[in-house]
Ligand binder design. Structure first.
Ligand SMILES: [Zn+2]
Ligand SMILES: [Zn+2]
Length: 282
């Protein structure tokens, strides 16, 4: 990817992120995650997700509106990247009709299931590929509008459990919503040394995980892993698992992460690094 294309992608991601913030304000998503001590323990053990025990209210109409507004940002800022036919089909999309009937029940409880249902459904005028490229990211961001605050709260609750003996009890899928980790953040902490957190690609929640290990195949053998980075760039790298081929984009941060969230620009840069790596491998 050249610098200009990267710059454009970062601008689009920034615009989408700003739109999510704006929508959060408008919808006044005050729903919070309340878990009892016992429920939190169930989450820690991997028996339930935080959202299955304490679902976030996501009104269908508001979700559809958020999808529409986020899609608008995508269409306005994506230049010529989307072909005319797909663009027209996206513009005509009736979100209230396109969202599955149980979208309201699933969005704040099992968002990953909702995304799977949409990926498998026929969205009018769109190929499965276009659905995956445009509809799924838009719905994911729209879900974020409603759940990110509760996900942050649940992440803090989980962080409070991370005493020495309990720290690595979380599963490799998101203990908050059941989603898949999209990024890892490694930070240097004062009391616990270097720690790795996984960041959920769906709800944005974070959880402490093994410093060495693949969240996809579960391998924990350090011989299987390699960090790939750009020369002179020590803030980000790809964590490649040679056992299963999984790539975990990773950010290295000096401090504890709570007040230093992953930005849209971080995500785009890591995606570009992954694309470059896959190209050299092909
Ligand atoms: Zn999640
Ligand atoms: Zn693996």
């Amino acid at each position: 990817m050249n610098d200009e294309a990267l710059k454009q992608d970062i601008e689009l991601a920034d615009a989408a992120e700003a739109c999510v913030k704006q929508l959060e304000g408008e919808f006044g998503t005050a729903s919070s995650c309340t878990l009892s001590r016992e429920e939190l323990e169930e989450v820690r053990k991997g028996n339930a997700t935080a959202f299955s025990l304490s679902p976030v209210q996501v009104p269908r109409k508001s979700l559809a509106e958020a999808c529409g507004r986020l899609l608008q940002v995508l269409l306005e800022d994506s230049g010529e990247a989307i072909d005319g036919e797909t663009r027209a089909a996206l513009r005509d999309l009736d979100w209230e009709a396109a969202l599955p009937r149980n979208a309201e029940a699933l969005a704040g409880k099992a968002p990953e299931e909702l995304l799977e249902q949409i990926a498998e459904s026929d969205v009018p005028g769109l190929s499965a590929e276009a659905t995956g490229l445009y509809v799924i990211p838009v719905v994911t961001l729209a879900i974020r509008v409603f759940v990110s605050r509760a996900a942050r709260e649940a992440s803090s609750l989980l962080a409070s459990l991370e005493s020495e003996e309990k720290r690595f009890a979380f599963s490799s899928s998101c203990p908050i919503c059941g989603g898949t980790p999209s990024i890892a953040r490694i930070s240097e902490t004062v009391s616990h040394g270097s720690q790795r957190r996984l960041v959920c690609g769906t709800c944005g929640g974070t959880w402490l995980w093994y410093r060495i290990g693949c969240p996809s195949c579960g391998s924990r053998d350090s011989k299987n892993f390699e960090y790939i980075s750009r020369e002179g760039e020590d803030g980000e790298a790809l964590y490649v698992c040679h056992q299963c081929g999984h790539i975990l984009p990773t950010l290295f941060r000096k401090d504890d992460i709570e007040d230093d969230p992953v930005t849209a620009a971080d995500t785009v840069r890591l995606q570009a690094l992954e694309d470059e790596y896959l190209e050299t491998k092909a």
